[in-house]
Design a protein. Sequence first.
Length: 252
Amino acid sequence: MTMSQAQQTFAQQSGQYALARPRYPQALYDWILSQCPGRAAAWDCATGNGQAAVGLAPHFGMVQATDLSAEQVRAGLRAPNVFYSAQPAEATAFADHTFDLITVAQALHWFDTARFWPEVRRVARPGALFCAWGYSWFECESEVAAEFALPLRALLEPFWAPNNRILWNGYRNEDIAFPYARLPAPPFVIEARWTIEEMIAYVQTWSAYKLARQDVRVAAELERLCGGARERFAARGTLAARMPLSVVAGRL
C-alpha cells in the first residue's frame, strides 16, 4: 500500500468515519491545557472528523481545523468557534505567529515533516505548544481478540502503508525528526465499550480495510470474519476495548 493510496481512503465514507472513530480522553485535553497558557487561537491540523478541534473549542477564542480532504472538512463536527478549511499541513494560508497551540491527532505519520516543522515554526506564537498523538491497535478481551481482532490484523497486514509503522513505533524522534525538546507526557488511554457492530464499524474506517476490500479474495474473508463475529458476540452487549496513546509534545 502506498502513501497516496492510504490518503485517498480518508476521503471515503467521511460520515462513517466521524461516527465510528473513538473519542480522545478528557485527561489528554486537561494535560494539553495545563501546558498551554495562551488561549487565543489553536490549529488542529489534519483534523479528520474534527473531534480534537471541537474538544479544544471551549478553551480557545478560535480553533482553525484543517484537513487535506475537503470531504472530511464538510463532514466535521461543529462548534461556533471552529473554522474548517481544506489545506495541506505543510503549506497553509495562516499568518505568521497566529497560534498558541498546534495539535495533530492520528495523522503526524502522514506528513512531510521536513516541510511541516518549518510551517509549525512560522505560524506558532513564541512559547506555543505543539502536541501530536495517535493510537494503533485496540486491545480487547481474549475471546474477542482470538476470534476477531487477531485474525483481522493478519488479513490486513499486507495492506497497511509503511507510514503507519511510524505511529506503531510511538513517534520516535528518529522517525519524525522532531526539532524540539520533548515534554514528558503522562500515559493516556482511550477506554471504550463497543457493541460488536460498533467495533466492526470502527475497523471499517481503517485505510487498510478499505484497500483490502478491493481484493476479491480478501474481501470475502473479511465478510466471513465480520459475519462470524456478529453471530458470536452480538448477544454479549458491549465489549471492553482500550487504546494506549503515543504522545509527542514540545514548546516552541
